[in-house]
Design a protein around this ligand. Structure first.
Ligand code: DX5
Ligand code: ZN
Length: 218
């Protein structure tokens, strides 16, 4: 199923309640929350207390993308704050299996994310315990970058591997998604599309999200 997950990195952080409502009314399927610690990536955004506060503002699932060095340590905070899916980076310092197990122990969905330079095979041993794999299509850290089309073989390999194992897994792409690249990524096998700039800077997010869904339906 095609899902659009607008990233609040491109929203007005001073008006998060309204921004979330605006996305809900525009047909978003999830809300992508980029958590950055200034260490794993060269940028700082927000933490679990903010997630807890904005949880009341909309009913959509919270798709929390942790770009932090030690995700294991902070899983309880984000789980209690109301995350529905927690995705962490396989390149982080935390033990991958333990972190997946910890997320699942809170009855929430676990995802693993891969930076552009990480081989897709690294995630294969964990696939049967994951709800989602996030293939980064930019270097993590900032919104508004250009889509890396050379990540598409990773998406295709992942889709093929999941099918071979009989797993109905979500494959999410994040970075540089627009009305052209959404179709490219969908063709490769992605079904969840994060979009920061393209959706939030759109004059009509409802139309943009509808267009993305149409272009992604292959
Ligand atoms: C980048 C973040 C992305 C970012 C995408 O590190 O993980 O979620 O917000 O923004 P756009 O869609 O503008 O590339
Ligand atoms: Zn993200």
């Amino acid at each position: 199923m095609v899902k659009i997950s607008p990233s609040i990195l491109s929203s007005d952080y001073g008006k998060l309640d309204n921004e979330l409502k605006r996305m809900e009314e525009s047909g978003a399927d999830m809300i992508h929350i980029d958590v950055m610690d200034g260490h794993f990536v060269p940028n700082i955004t927000l933490g679990a207390p903010i997630v807890k506060c904005i949880r009341k503002a909309c009913r959509l699932p919270f798709d929390v993308h942790l770009m932090i060095s030690d995700p294991y340590k902070y899983i309880p905070d984000f789980a209690k704050a109301g995350a529905d899916i927690i995705t962490f980076h396989i390149e982080s310092d935390s033990d991958t299996q333990k972190t997946v197990d910890l997320i699942r122990s809170y009855n929430i969905k676990a995802g693993i994310s891969l930076k552009p330079s990480t081989a897709v095979e690294e995630v294969f041993p964990y696939l049967d315990k994951l709800s989602m794999v996030l293939v980064m299509t930019v270097e993590p850290g900032f919104g508004g970058q250009s889509f890396m089309e050379d990540m598409m073989p990773k998406v295709s390999a992942l889709r093929a591997r999941a099918q071979k194992q009989g797993l109905d897994i979500d494959i999410e792409v994040d970075g540089g998604i627009n009305s052209d690249t959404v179709a490219v990524a969908a063709k490769a096998g992605a079904n969840v599309f994060v979009s920061g700039n393209a959706v939030f800077s759109s004059e009509n997010p409802k139309q943009t999200i509808a267009l993305f869904k149409e272009k992604a339906s292959v």
